[in-house]
Write a protein that binds this ligand. Structure first.
Ligand SMILES: Nc1ncnc2c1ncn2[C@@H]1O[C@H](COP(=O)(O)OP(=O)(O)OP(=O)(O)O)[C@@H](O)[C@H]1O
Ligand SMILES: [Mg+2]
Length: 403
């Protein structure tokens, strides 16, 4: 049977649902009744969304009905309301999309029938009427933007940049953004966001999540900033099972659900990264301010040009800017044969934020690093979605962010 969630502080109601539905269910008893799915996901701590939700709000009917609306309209999950005042709330409940009303003292059979009816109405609509971007009306018709952060070398700031860009975009438009850790073997997005998730990339690349957008969404981790996350694999061995085809499928599905799909990658041009690049709308190339890093970037740019990805339409971010490094921006630009678009200063605020698991843009830092990261977010945000015919968007014309 499909799982049923009971939100109730009443042990009798929880027992009633258990008897009616069997073991395939779970219960939460939050003090504050969640009034939207995002709040519910926080209470669920990574447990996937169910097929049916039983709402037993006692005094918090308004919150419960608001949650029923969100579940129904945006996630197509049916709800059953438990109340001892059915006559008073029935009209409002019906308008909120509640499928059935049951009193707390109802017999088990009545609860069972209500749950079965709700479950039968929950599934099929899910596949047909999947919304595009939750909370973003009208976005369903447009594919979201895939923003990929890459570099030829390791340790140059890809994860720092990708986590901050994703948080910055999510803060501006709640539920608009998902961050995918595609540093397949050694991803550390989860640590940079202080996330302990039940499900990671391999869980989402296979099984039910790989078949259906709604199922996938229930596996995503919802970060406190409103950012959805696909955390990297717990172990390199599990990651080996994720193929580049899986990666393409995953990004494809996420792009139908989110306005922005931000991707963190492993260093270099692995098979997985090339698959990601093929799906990418905005490429953010990061390099450190040192000779090996800059040379690596030049080779990567050459390679991308050779395989047909347009040279002039991507952004180059120079990280670890510091006057005493013995190499200037002009040197870098001469070496790579193109403009540097953004310069991120070297700053202790970065390792501090990484160690705390709180990205600078989450903490609202006014640090010069945060200022540059915000400028990159601005650039991504201001580009129009669906700019077909250009695989990468051109940051070359943007005003350069200063350190
Ligand atoms: N501008 C900066 N100033 C100071 N430290 C920085 C800066 N950017 C990144 N760092 C630090 O450099 C280290 C590497 O950064 P990060 O993990 O973002 O790089 P990466 O490219 O994702 O690395 P990997 O290739 O290993 O995944 C981290 O400890 C981070 O705190
Ligand atoms: Mg990294």
């Amino acid at each position: 049977m499909s799982p049923v969630l009971v939100i109730s502080r009443n042990a009798h109601v929880v027992g009633l649902v258990q008897q009616a539905w069997g073991p395939d269910g779970y219960a939460i008893a939050p003090e504050q009744f969640p009034d939207n799915v995002q709040a519910l996901l926080i209470d669920l701590h990574g447990v996937p969304l169910p097929t049916v939700v039983v709402l037993d709000p006692e005094g918090q009917v308004t919150a419960a009905l608001a949650l029923a609306v969100d579940l129904d309209r945006n996630f197509h999950i049916a709800s059953v309301l438990v109340t001892d005042r059915p006559a008073e709330v029935s009209l409002e409940a019906m308008r909120a999309g509640v499928r059935d009303i049951v009193t707390p003292d109802a017999p088990v059979d009545e609860m069972k029938r209500a749950l079965e009816r709700a479950a039968s109405l929950s599934g099929p609509r899910v596949q047909q009427a999947q919304p595009g971007v939750p909370g973003v009306p009208g976005a369903a018709t447009q594919r979201g933007k895939v923003v990929t952060v890459a570099s030829p070398k390791g340790g140059v700031g890809k994860t720092t940049v990708s986590t901050n860009l994703a948080v910055g975009l999510a803060q501006r438009l709640p539920q608009s953004t998902v961050l995918v850790d595609l540093d397949i073997h050694f991803g550390d997005v989860a640590s940079a966001l202080n996330v302990t998730a039940e499900f990671t990339l391999p869980d989402m690349a296979h099984g039910p999540a790989a078949q259906d957008a709604l199922a996938l969404k229930s596996y995503l981790y919802l970060h406190q900033t409103g950012l959805y996350v696909v955390p990297g694999s717990e172990s390199p061995a599990a990651a080996d099972a994720v193929t580049s085809k899986d990666v393409v499928n995953l990004l494809d599905t996420l792009a139908t659900q989110f306005k922005y799909v931000v991707v963190d990658t492993a260093p270099g041009l692995s098979e997985h990264t090339l698959a990601v690049l093929d799906q990418t709308d905005v490429l953010v190339l990061v390099t450190s301010l040192d000779v090996p890093g800059v040379r690596g970037l030049r080779k990567e740019l050459d390679t991308l040009r050779d395989i047909g990805l347009m040279l002039e339409s991507r952004s180059v971010v120079l990280n670890f800017m510091h006057p005493s490094r013995g190499i200037s921006v002009t040197d870098v630009e001469a070496s790579i044969g193109r403009k540097v678009d953004f310069q991120i200063p070297q700053s202790n605020s970065v390792p501090i934020s990484v160690n705390q698991g709180i990205p600078l843009l989450q903490s609202g830092s006014r640090d010069p690093v945060a200022k540059t990261l915000r400028a990159i977010v601005d650039s991504i945000e201001s580009e129009k979605v669906g700019n077909k015919g250009r695989r990468f968007l051109d940051f070359g014309h943007k005003k350069e962010a200063t350190q």
